[in-house]
Design a protein around this ligand. Structure first.
Ligand code: BEZ
Length: 249
């Protein structure tokens, strides 16, 4: 699996800002009553539920069993499917995704699967981390790995493309790209940077011992305090969103 095995309770408590910041991409999707829409990386189904409330037949997929369970509890059809392994054929009016595609490091597979899943003229609308996303966080994590050689090699588990690179991938498969933009969106981390690291950087620290994890968390926080923390605003992550709309031709 390329995504983490998210725990839905932990996610709800510390990462509820993720779906709550999705109003612009939902507006771009402009869901219409009766449309069949696939939500890739649906998480706990908060946005899938919004689509359902608008009268859509919304189906969620996520690689985390815990998240899929939480989505189903809302009365939504949902499946444990990784976005790189979509096998639907000509079924959906639209495919949607918020804050999930950067976890899928084989974008060609995702895009091909989405293309095949869409009906003719169907639209693919999504937002995820783009080029420059969490640059300060990444630099601090990388420096801590460099300073602690016993941590091993620093590997980035995310895919943050430029608009040019992503547009090319979409066009190669046959999509017509109507809109694509990188949008800096500084994002407050209400639960603090340590919690963010524990939840979201799990892929980076999972091989470390509990002691090494502590060293990592303290050192990264120290490096980031002068960069992304202020008394007035607290911790604010340097998120950059890549938002796009593409149509199956
Ligand atoms: C993001 O939404 O940009 C993101 C979240 C967690 C880890 C990396 C990126």
């Amino acid at each position: 699996m390329s995504q983490q095995n998210w725990d839905a309770t932990e996610y709800k408590e510390h990462a509820s800002f993720v779906p709550s910041l999705a109003s612009d991409v939902i507006e771009l999707l402009n869901p219409q009553e009766g449309e069949k829409i696939l939500d890739i990386g649906c998480g706990d189904g908060e946005l899938t539920y919004k689509l359902k409330q608008k009268g859509c037949l919304a189906i969620g997929i996520d690689s985390s069993p815990s998240m899929v369970e939480s989505t189903k509890i809302r009365g939504i059809e949902a499946y444990i499917i990784d976005g790189e392994n979509i096998t639907y054929q000509n079924e959906f009016d639209a495919v949607f995704s918020n804050a999930a595609l950067h976890w899928l490091t084989q974008p060609e597979k995702v895009i091909k699967g989405v293309y095949l899943a869409l009906k003719s003229n169907g639209r693919f609308i999504a937002e995820f981390g783009g080029d420059g996303n969490i640059a300060a966080l990444l630099e601090a994590m990388q420096r801590v790995f460099q300073e602690n050689k016993e941590f091993g090699e620093f590997k980035i588990p995310w895919y943050f493309p430029t608009t040019e690179a992503y547009k090319l991938l979409l066009e190669r498969v046959g999509f017509k790209v109507k809109y694509i933009e990188l949008i800096p969106r500084p994002t407050p981390l209400k639960s603090g940077v340590e919690k963010w690291l524990e939840i979201f950087a799990e892929g980076i620290i999972k091989e470390l011992t509990p002691e090494q994890k502590n060293v990592f968390l303290v050192a990264v926080k120290d490096k980031l305090t002068p960069v992304i923390y202020t008394k007035k605003d607290g911790w604010v992550a340097d998120y950059v969103r890549l938002r796009f709309e593409a149509t199956k031709t």
